[in-house]
Structure formats: C-alpha cells, structure tokens
Design a protein. Sequence first.
Length: 145
Amino acid sequence: MPKPIYVLSGPNLNLLGTREPEIYGHQTLDDVRALCEARAKARGFEVVFRQSNHEGELIDWIQEARNEAAALVLNPAGYGHTSVAILDALKMLGIPVVECHLSNPAAREAFRRKTYVSLAATGIVSGFGAASYELAVEAAAGLAR
Ligand code: CA2
C-alpha cells in the first residue's frame, strides 16, 4: 500500500459552504473530503484530510508529511499570502506539493495575486471550486508514482 496523499486546508475553510457561495461554491468541506477520497481511491491512494485555523498546526502536519505522505495537496487559504513559515516548511518537504484554491486568486484583489506557497509548489490548481481539490489530488497521485 503506498503512503497516503495528505490534503491540508487552512483557516476558515471549516466554514466552507456557509458564505460567499458565488466565490467558493455551495459545497462544504465534508463534500470536498468525499471528492478527494473518491478520486484518490480511483488512483490507488488513501487520503489524510485535515483542516486547521492555526498556522503552527499546519506546519506540524507539513513536517509530519515528510515521512508519512506520498504527496501533499495544500489549500493554505489566507496563509498562502502571508506565511513565510509555511513556505519554509514546504521547502524542507521533499515530496510533490500541489497548491490548491477554490477560487482563482489571480483574478481577484491584488493582495491575492502572490502566494508564498507557490514558490515551493510543484504546480497550482485554482478556480474550479471543489473540483480544484479533485484535480489537485489527481495531479498529486500522478506525481507520487
Ligand atoms: O480560493 C481559495 O481556496 C482561497 O485559498 C480561499 C481563502 C482566500 O484567502 C484565498 O485567497 C483563496 C479564503 C478562505 C475563506 O474560507 C471560507 C469560509 C467560508 C466560506 C468560504 C470560504
């Protein structure tokens, strides 16, 4: 059995589906989890799916992924635009990293056009709502082989 694909989500995404559906869609994070699990299963992987509102906890999980994961899918949410600490953790990872966003940050406010995470990501999937996660898992499964 291969190592799992870690799918980590950052702050406020626990509230997904409850506001701004025109930007983020109507699906909840539990719906997203189900999509990720199904796509990973079809590619022979399991998923470790977690969300945190805390930067340090996300960093702990990224460090854990060094030994425990085949690849990482990360939606850093707001931390993507601010966190050098998460970038530093990703640089030490040594496994493929797929950055993932529900919306397309490049088409939004100027402050969203840069993410630190992108500097360490193998690739980015954004703008497809919950399907961004599915596509990111697909990419991660391909990279993990
Ligand atoms: O599009 C994305 O996935 C983002 O990572 C979402 C972040 C935002 O800061 C990034 O620029 C792009 C915001 C997450 C807010 O969480 C939500 C909570 C409830 C409903 C919708 C989103």
